[in-house]
Design a protein around this ligand. Structure first.
Ligand SMILES: Nc1nc2c(ncn2[C@@H]2O[C@H](COP(=O)(O)OP(=O)(O)OP(=O)(O)O)[C@@H](O)[C@H]2O)c(=O)[nH]1
Ligand SMILES: [Mg+2]
Length: 327
């Protein structure tokens, strides 16, 4: 596979080239990694930017249904939409991937949409890098909106919010006591809280839940990157396509305001620095597991075990040697 040709295909918006590019960035092979880095560098000068929307919610809240309806609304407006997923492998069974295919049936056949499920058997760090690079490739391919979905299971929300311009939290209608179940840290990431399933018998409960969350959001510390009235809580029905157009209006209003105020660029710069530091940490840990550091570490561990060195002194010796280039 020729990288120049692949880069040209992606720049021309070819879905096959995009899919192959993402397969390349997902690969764990060292020679593939070098080619992936090369590919990303080749498309970077295009400087294309999509609106990156993170979307989180617990299993069954309606993420797939929301993406189908919302995605079709956007493609109906002539926008090109890419969908990526960040899932720690443990949280996703084969069954729900099958479920996604049926729940995003129309969107997956839409020529203006591109859906890429999360690769299985990858730890969160690996998924994070793969997703960031896949986002870059989708932007290079000229997509207008990139939706990044994650199941709400702790850490993955942070990962997604650190690669999104906007972060949506999808919630189910629920009794007041369940409001406590949403962790404060996750509420603080949200730009919009969407209480889904506001239809049929659940409509009234959804409205009450929405009012509860609106109240909870007002208690949070005001963020510099928000205009008046944000973060906001709204009711939607992904199934009946209710409230999605207003939610999209709010997203655009927020994105436009942030662009005009310089928060958009500042946030992306912060995110780039965050991921740089994260890559350094991950890289260091990976090297500790490789020779010759691994051997040096085992030898020092033995001395520590024999009481010949304190743990702290041994660690310092190893790190000094490593950072001096002997690693
Ligand atoms: N009444 C109603 N049901 C909905 C709505 N959105 C989704 N559902 C239903 O809720 C169930 C779960 O929807 P999904 O879209 O698969 O939820 P999900 O969040 O993707 O679930 P996971 O992929 O398992 O995490 C399905 O039976 C949907 O039909 C809605 O707006 N109203
Ligand atoms: Mg789903």
């Amino acid at each position: 596979m020729d990288i120049d040709e692949l880069a040209r295909g992606i720049a021309a918006g070819e879905r096959r080239a995009l899919a192959r590019g993402i397969t390349l960035v997902e690969s764990g092979r060292a020679d593939h990694r070098a080619r992936a880095t090369d590919l990303l560098e080749k498309v970077r000068p295009l400087g294309r930017e999509a609106l990156r929307i993170g979307l989180s919610g617990t299993p069954g809240v309606g993420k797939s249904t929301f993406i189908e309806t919302f995605g079709l609304m956007l493609t109906g407006q002539g926008l090109r939409v890419a969908v990526l997923a960040v899932d720690p492998s443990s949280a996703r069974s084969g069954g729900s991937i099958l479920g996604d295919k049926t729940r995003m049936e129309h969107l997956s056949r839409d020529p203006n949409a591109f859906i890429r499920p999360s690769p299985s058997q990858t730890h969160l760090g690996g998924v994070a890098r793969r997703t960031r690079e896949a986002i870059d490739l989708c932007e290079a391919a000229g997509f207008d909106v990139v939706l990044i979905e994650t199941v709400g299971v702790g850490q993955s929300e942070t990962v997604v919010s650190e690669m999104s311009d906007l972060f949506l939290l999808l919630l189910a209608p629920a009794g007041g006591d369940e409001l406590q179940g949403v962790k404060r840290g996750i509420m603080e990431m949200a730009d919009l809280i969407l209480v889904n399933k506001a239809d049929g018998d659940l409509k009234a409960t959804a409205m009450r839940t929405c009012a509860d969350y609106a109240g909870a959001l007002r208690l949070l510390r005001k963020r510099q990157q928000d205009p008046e009235g944000f973060p906001k809580a709204m009711t939607v029905s992904a199934l009946e396509d209710f409230g999605l157009a207003s939610a999209w209006n709010e997203m655009q209003a927020l994105a436009d305001w942030r662009r005009a105020q310089g928060h958009w660029a500042a946030r992306r710069a912060d995110q780039a620095r965050y991921w740089f530091e994260s890559e350094v940490r991950e890289g260091l840990l990976a090297r500790l597991r490789r020779e010759p550091v691994k051997g040096a570490m085992a030898a020092l561990a033995q001395k520590v075990g024999q009481g010949a060195l304190t743990p702290a002194a041994a660690a310092e010796e190893l790190l000094d040697g490593y950072l001096a280039g002997r690693g």
